[in-house]
Ligand binder design. Structure first.
Ligand code: ADP
Ligand code: MG
Length: 245
């Protein structure tokens, strides 16, 4: 894969409430540059909200977010979001645009590349996810897994320093999950810093460097995958693992 600049990420004591719902209750998270952190936990525990706060789609009520040790809270949120690639459960491709146009769009709009430059960079990134041959296909003619790989190419094309994945495989048919997870594993291997919210315990265990278990807006337990899966200490993590494994 092409050259990467990756950064470390630190979240310190993040708090966020929606009205009276105190959703993040002092979250601490650290990912070393080039490492992958998986975030697991039951539905409603605040995982998606944490990602959205960390890329400043939502401002935290309290706490700090640092990239390579520097607070990003005073940065321009739009510029910041170009440094953080985000991949969602629903890929949100434009249905009337081809794969290459979907990837090129933000390059033209946000990075102000010319049409030709944007197309060349888009093709390079489609190639990176194994879909150069589908460049001119519209999303409706691609499988869900291929659509998600286009969405990943779209995020990578912006040259992010770090990637967030929010249940990137949850909407896919079971037979398509493997290909997307393999791509995410390749990306992790290539040295990209990644925060991966996932229900895929195989990925969390085998690909990530650390696993963080959240419940009810707090980090209940965090550590290397072997420790988290083979020797969980908190009753809540033990219960969660016995429910999902
Ligand atoms: P998870 O991703 O772990 O399933 P979420 O971060 O989506 O959890 O949600 C955590 C809590 O925050 C839930 O109680 C949810 O209802 C609430 N919540 C999430 N987004 C919003 C929002 N935009 N407005 C109000 N409440 C929200
Ligand atoms: Mg979620």
């Amino acid at each position: 894969m092409s050259e990467l600049t990756s950064v470390s990420l630190t979240a310190k004591n993040l708090h966020l409430s929606f009205g009276h719902n105190h959703v993040l209750r002092g979250i601490d998270l650290h990912v070393e540059s080039g490492r992958t952190a998986s975030v697991i936990g039951p539905s409603g525990s605040g995982k998606s909200t944490l990602l959205r706060v960390m890329n400043r789609l939502i401002e935290p009520d309290q706490g700090d977010i640092l990239l390579d040790g520097r607070s990003i809270l005073a940065d321009n949120p739009n510029e910041l979001r170009q440094r953080i690639g985000m991949v969602f459960q629903h890929f949100n491709l434009f249905p009337h645009k081809t794969a290459v146009e979907n990837v090129a769009l933000a390059l033209r709009k946000l990075r102000k590349l010319s049409r030709d430059e944007a197309r060349a960079l888009a093709l390079e990134n489609l190639d990176r996810v194994g879909l150069k041959h589908k460049a001119d296909a519209r999303p409706g003619n691609l499988s869900g897994g291929q659509q998600q790989r286009v969405a990943i190419a779209r995020a990578l094309a912006m040259g992010p320093d770090i990637m967030f994945f929010d249940e990137a495989t949850s909407a896919l048919d079971p037979e398509l999950v493997k290909g997307v997870l393999a791509l995410m594993a390749d990306l992790a291997q290539s040295g990209m810093t990644m925060v991966v919210v996932t229900h895929e315990m195989g990925f969390a265990r085998n690909v990530s460097d650390t696993v963080t278990f959240m419940d009810e807006g707090v980090v209940v337990e965090s550590g290397p995958p072997a420790q988290m899966f083979d020797a969980p200490t908190s009753p809540r993590l033990k219960q969660f693992l016995s429910d999902v494994l």
